[in-house]
Design a protein around this ligand. Structure first.
Ligand code: GLC
Length: 664
């Protein structure tokens, strides 16, 4: 160790446990290196102390869109690109990724999170962290834990049973911890009545002792209410600087509430972080232009073709009308600490489309829809659309259009519907032209019920970042084949969701739905959904065949199968492996995701895909045994093109020694 706790005075130690300012750690009067922490998950959002402004960086697609790539290699690449900006600007730790579960589609920060499923979120986050840290930049896995809505996020307690915590809200963290993130950020909210920042059961018993996390636990900004209690719960770093923190800690030490051993243990974590920060891996891999190209690539691989009636896409014809609030505005992300300011010259959609197809006449009627109910004229749009071959409407939930904040940090949506004026535009145009395509920019599920049956095409573009228009143009014109699949369910309506319009009573947010969120919820309650978890169309088509299961042990299996591209178009297919416990003496979801793969297959060719299953693929968390447990019996292995499009099925029977069983 280069930095030693013995070289620090008590005052220097106590001051180290709280930030020096908003973004930096203390340096013990220069004895220690400075460490700069900086947001965010979709690109560097770094405060420039000199100019009191935000530095410019590459605006990657949001994590919600990255998740729809189902591609851990792209998650790794995403982390690498953002780390390049960190290296360039001198940020040492990137405050990302967030892996909170999308419990309700209303959560304002869903665009910052991966999925409703912990397995997908965990493995995407793990690769993202590996990509960031491979370049000598630290990551911060956040927000631990049970921070699943923005409403009253600082005070309302998440009331959750043990099994739900273990099976739904921790596994994404457990999997991502395999990448050894340098820091984990604790959440704002209380958990079962105790602030996350002071919750010993969550921070020490679970994260440190059971998950063996030995990095730095940092608070969310302003999440510490009593520094000494936080230290006792094994929080290492309170951010940002808080003027009373030092006094609280000094008094706690002098009163004996805090021991020197407890203080030293926390300080040593910070010193080892400084050792990690001081590394020689901080090299820049990509130029700014190359980073932009990666932003386009990842956006393109994440966008999901939800509807393509009559093969309306790829776009054809002579005259196409382009309209909507996101036609000339690029959704770089939602409002809040994750918003990235890019200085890359962004293309307009018409420019991007015309570059790819100059035969089509691209019409842009003026007076397009404003995001909120401003008055606007659509007469010109209707007249131009009347004899157009197709109309493309760029719609969505804004994060940053002034006055149009719909998705963002600090607030939740109150509806899943698009703004009324956008719905009206879609309905008006579909009355005079049957060939309407909606390009939807949103960070979470949208209720499309008023208009989905009236349009022929829907491309879900997520919050695509600075590469939005090039990615959308490539997909609309067939220069690339859509391959993204939904990482969250799009329900029919808000009332069908696990929590509906419930948002807690101001003191407690009761997780009454337990382990049944996302597809687990809709399947348990036999609720039809608009588009299921794992769903996405392609210009290609794929058939699945020849499933084989190879037993390696009573709980370890290799599952393999063949996918054939039976179309004329080269494409990528995301396959998913779900496990169903046929009979169980505890309630279990109908099935759970336990594997996924993405593979490129040329037209007419086939590829063999394989995935592995292990103990945790079959186990549930037994609160009776206080451990993960498998009940002997049959398990179905389901291979799906989506959670509701199961293409292959087989089953295995697990017979563990009776001594480990508790059946009759
Ligand atoms: C914010 C967010 C957190 C962010 C931090 C620093 O309140 O909750 O995700 O990293 O503060 O901006």
């Amino acid at each position: 160790m280069k930095y030693r706790v013995e070289n620090l005075s008590l005052e220097e130690k106590l001051k180290l446990l709280t930030g020096k300012n908003t973004w930096m750690l203390e340096t013990a009067n220069g004895k220690l290196p400075s460490v700069f922490l900086s947001d965010g998950p979709h690109g560097l959002r770094m405060y420039d102390m000199e100019t009191n402004s935000t530095k410019k960086a590459t605006a990657m697609p949001t994590l919600s869109l990255l998740a729809c790539t189902w591609d851990t290699k792209l998650a790794y690449l995403d982390g690498q690109v953002i780390a390049d900006d960190c290296v360039e600007h001198g940020a040492d730790v990137l405050l990302a990724p967030g892996v909170n579960m999308k419990r309700t589609p209303l959560c304002g920060r869903n665009f910052e999170y991966f999925s409703e499923d912990p397995y997908l979120a965990g493995y995407m986050a793990k690769s993202y962290i590996e990509g960031v840290q491979e370049k000598g930049i630290g990551a911060s896995l956040k927000h631990f834990c049970l921070n699943n809505r923005e409403y009253d996020r600082f005070y309302q307690s998440s009331e959750v049973d043990e099994r739900t915590i273990r099976e739904i809200y921790c596994p994404a963290f457990e999997i991502a911890l395999e990448a050894n993130p340098w820091t984990v950020m604790c959440a704002y909210n209380p958990i079962n009545g105790i602030w996350a920042s002071e919750n010993k059961k969550i921070l020490k018993n679970l994260l440190r002792d059971e998950f063996n996390y030995d990095g730095v636990i940092v608070s969310d900004w302003g999440a510490v209410h009593q520094s000494a209690r936080a230290v006792k719960a094994s929080l290492d770093l309170e951010m940002p600087y808080r003027k009373d923190a030092y006094e609280e800690l000094r008094k706690a030490y002098e009163s004996g509430f805090l021991t020197m051993e407890e203080i030293d243990e926390r300080v040593k974590k910070l010193l080892s972080l400084m050792e990690k920060v001081n590394n020689d891996k901080k090299t820049i891999t990509y130029t700014k232009k190359e980073r932009h190209e990666k932003a386009v690539l990842i956006a393109k691989e994440g966008m999901v073709l939800l509807k393509n009636e009559d093969g309306i896409l790829p776009l054809k014809g002579r005259k196409v009308v382009l309209q909507g609030p996101f036609r000339d505005y690029v959704s770089l992300g939602g409002f809040g600490s994750s918003y990235v300011e890019t200085d890359f010259p962004l293309k307009k959609i018409t420019e991007a489309l015309a570059e790819r197809n100059s035969e089509i006449q691209w019409i842009q009627p003026e007076g397009f829809v404003a995001p909120q109910g401003d008055t606007y004229s659509i007469q010109k749009t209707l007249m131009d659309s009347y004899n157009a071959d197709a109309v493309v409407l760029f719609m969505g939930n804004s994060g940053r259009i002034d006055g149009g904040r719909i998705e963002g940090e600090g607030f939740d949506r109150t509806s899943l519907r698009l703004p009324e004026n956008q719905e009206k535009l879609i309905l008006s145009v579909t009355k005079i032209n049957p060939n309407v395509i909606v390009v939807l920019e949103a960070g979470s599920a949208v209720d499309m019920s008023p208009w989905i049956d009236k349009v022929k095409g829907v491309l879900y573009a997520g919050m695509p970042g600075e590469g939005a228009q090039e990615a959308i143009a490539d997909l609309l014109l067939g220069k690339s084949c859509p391959c993204g699949k939904l990482a969250e369910t799009f329900p029919m309506c808000l009332d069908d969701t696990p929590t509906g319009s419930y948002s807690g009573d101001g003191f407690v947010d009761n997780y009454a739905e337990g382990i049944f969120i996302g597809y687990r919820w809709y399947e348990k309650n036999n609720k039809r959904v608009l588009y299921p978890f794992g769903y996405g169309l392609s210009y290609a088509s794929f058939v699945y065949s020849d499933i084989k299961i190879e037993k390696k042990s009573e709980v370890d299996y290799n599952v393999s199968f063949t996918i054939t591209n039976n179309s004329q178009v080269d494409g990528k297919e995301i396959s998913q492996l779900y496990v169903r416990d046929v009979f169980s003496r505890v309630i279990r979801p109908n099935k759970e995701l336990k594997g996924f793969n993405k593979v490129f297959i040329k037209a007419g060719e086939s590829k063999r895909v394989s995935m592995v299953l292990n103990y945790r693929s079959f186990a549930f968390y037994s609160t009776a045994l206080e451990k993960w447990h498998i009940e002997n019996g049959d398990f179905e292995i389901l291979i799906g093109s989506s959670s509701q499009d199961i293409r292959l099925k087989d089953k295995i029977s697990i017979q563990l020694p009776e001594s480990e069983q508790y059946t009759m």
